[in-house]
Design a protein around this ligand. Sequence first.
Ligand code: SF4
Length: 460
Amino acid sequence: MVFISPGVKFDLGLIKKYDTAAPRYTSYPPATELSEAFTTTDFHTAIAASNQRKSPLSFYFHIPFCQSACYFCGCNTVISNNKNIAKPYLEHLAQEIKHMSTLIDPDRKVLQIHWGGGTPNYLELDQVEFLWNKITQNFDLDPQAEISIEINPRYVDKEYIFFLRELGFNRISFGIQDFNSEVQIAVNRIQPEELLFNVMDWIKAAKFDSVNVDLIYGLPYQTLQTFRETIKKTVALDPNRIVVFNFAYVPWLKPAQKNIPQVALPKPQEKLEILKMTIEELTSSEYLFIGMDHFAKPNDELAIAQRDRTLQRNFQGYTTHAGTDLFGFGATSISMLNDAYIQNHKQLKDYYQAVANNVLPVSKGINLTPDDIIRRDVIMCIMSHFQLYKQDIEEKHRINFDQYFSQELEALQPLAADGLIKLSANYIQITDIGRLLVRNIAVAFDQHNQTQERQFSRTI
Ligand code: SF4
């Protein structure tokens, strides 16, 4: 038995029972539903509707380059040590920003910016400044905007960190994955402990508002003991947020994983023990279990947003600022508007060609139906707040919840019997045990659900 909050326990048998494949619900419908039938005209229509709503803006900028391949990674990256390849990319990104600025109402403020990848700090400092200037020259940033960047700790120095902070970045995130050197060698990501502590010292000295670190459990050669060491060292680093991803071994989808010896992966039972220990260690070290794989200190914005019910999910995971329209820039990036999701071309040549022709670089997308929007509200409420008041959904969407979702409520009965949820006349409450298995609960409301083991990762 393990305690995930005081007085609450769960057994591993229950976790095993629900260890099935399910979407991570960073969006609903999931990104797998995006279709090439969606056109640039559809995107223009969606932007016009977004302007009508006048909702504030959230931006994502994708930098797809990395200096070397981490074998666990499933991101769409270009591996190269030739820094010149970033130059044409930035020029096209600048052109995309300019084009989008002519389409988005200039009165709309930007509340949130995130640079992800790939490796955003693949860029040289003058390139970072170039992109920053293009953003600030074309859009109106709120003075309180949350501006975050992912960095690879192997490729920064103190000057780089301080430069980011002076430019205006106020949140930062970096991947640790595992402190253990044998694991690091096996996944081709060698970053000594001393380096990680130095990077954290520079970040703290530069006074970033929040620091997130990522860990991964289920990597080759991990054991309960080695990962306990990793958790203890991570707590000693003292980040504001910790995300502990479950490693999904899917080499048929992510070719770099073929470099990982399958026999070295921890067995399912050991993975569960690692998960249990991780939750125990972090929740007894002042971190709150936000949900799924996220932990945050009680005074962190993520924990505050959960308390204020403004937490939501987007393609980066949990995020603050519900109610913004997210526009993605750069190859692969996804825009999430209220009633449409749009993905840019993945291949650089397709992205370059569209941008050069002053055409929105749309590769696929989806227009949400009214039913999708109702279900999204339900699923996001479950995923982010772990409780749903039926009346909120009924008033917002003018439905009778119990009638509209009669089959779904029926399907949830066995989960209620297993203690994952409490079903009452007025609300659905996810229990502390259910938080770990929240994808299994959300999937009951997924109309697009054609869950395939090969398409989605397992829930634990
Ligand atoms: S984990 Fe990060 S640095 Fe490593 S290959 Fe993936 S995107 Fe690049």
